[in-house]
Design a protein around this ligand. Structure first.
Ligand code: NDP
Length: 237
């Protein structure tokens, strides 16, 4: 594992997370930890493990469960040792409120979506910070959305989800400010054809994910605290 960089991807059993794992394991430079709620039921990931020649490990991690996060951090520490985690990708996310609006949204859903999209990534960064800090690349990627950007001005739609991504963006900013040795960014993957993005999304998931990987690999320390899209462009806050 000495020549490799360690990636950890949450929510890796389908959608953007699964595609990230597929693209990352295709390069010998990467050692990938695919975290998902239930590895024993993640059949596509299990098939990838069989063909990945030791460069892919599956770890159970439910981002809405603090105990699960702590257990996963311990397990990952045992796998990677002193190499740490070079790229921590907080990808898992949900949008149970759909296209809800400020005056009609169900605030119970707002609470639920905050746990997965904000509290989870916040605690994961805390639980894995030691592993990130001992790595060579020391990078945290918070998978956000342009829907969480006020500058993008998307109007009334998807309010509960947008609130969580705006909060996640502030988390990125705070992480970058507090620990200058870490490169923390927010990343909008584009509107991609996944269960969440739907069939009508503008880009196949492979295109967005290739863009994410390219952008993350070209990050410099001075990019920390910024919001990028999958084309490597800066997104307004
Ligand atoms: P999908 O709905 O296709 O997949 C969501 C993934 O998150 C699944 O692997 C799911 O696992 C996982 N997940 C959800 N809740 C949890 C949890 N509590 N613990 C662990 N894993 C969980 O979504 P996408 O792949 O499209 O989205 C991935 C990320 O990209 C999200 O953060 C999303 O907000 C963001 N995004 C997506 C866009 C798009 O167009 N697709 C656009 C902008 C941002 P399980 O199978 O167990 O439910």
């Amino acid at each position: 594992m000495s020549e490799q960089y360690v990636w950890l991807v949450t929510g890796s059993n389908r959608g953007i997370g699964l595609e990230l794992v597929k693209q990352l394991v295709s390069s010998p430079s990467n050692f990938v930890i695919a975290a998902c709620r239930n590895p024993s039921k993640a059949s596509e990931l299990q098939r990838l493990v069989d063909s990945a020649e030791g460069t892919l490990r599956l770890v159970a991690l439910d981002v809405s469960d603090m105990e699960s996060i702590s257990k996963a951090a311990q397990e990952v520490s045992g796998i990677v040792g002193d190499k740490g985690v070079d790229y921590l990708v907080n990808n898992a996310g949900v949008n149970p409120g759909g296209r809800d609006t400020a005056f009609s949204m169900d605030v119970n859903i707002l609470e639920e979506v905050f746990v997965t999209n904000v509290v989870g990534p916040a605690y994961i960064a805390q639980a894995f910070s030691g592993l990130v800090e001992k790595s060579a690349k020391k990078t945290i990627v918070n998978v956000s959305s342009t829907l969480g950007s006020m500058g993008a001005d998307y109007g009334t739609q998807c309010t509960s989800y947008s609130l969580t991504k705006a909060a996640l963006n502030m988390l990125t900013y705070k992480e970058a400010k507090e620990k200058p040795e870490i490169t923390a960014i927010s990343m909008c993957p584009g509107w991609l054809q996944t269960d969440m993005g739907g069939e009508g999304a503008t880009h196949p998931v492979s295109v967005g994910v290739a863009g994410i990987v390219k952008t993350v690999l070209s990050l410099k320390p001075e990019d920390s605290g910024q919001f990028f899209n999958f084309k490597g462009e800066k997104v307004p806050w």
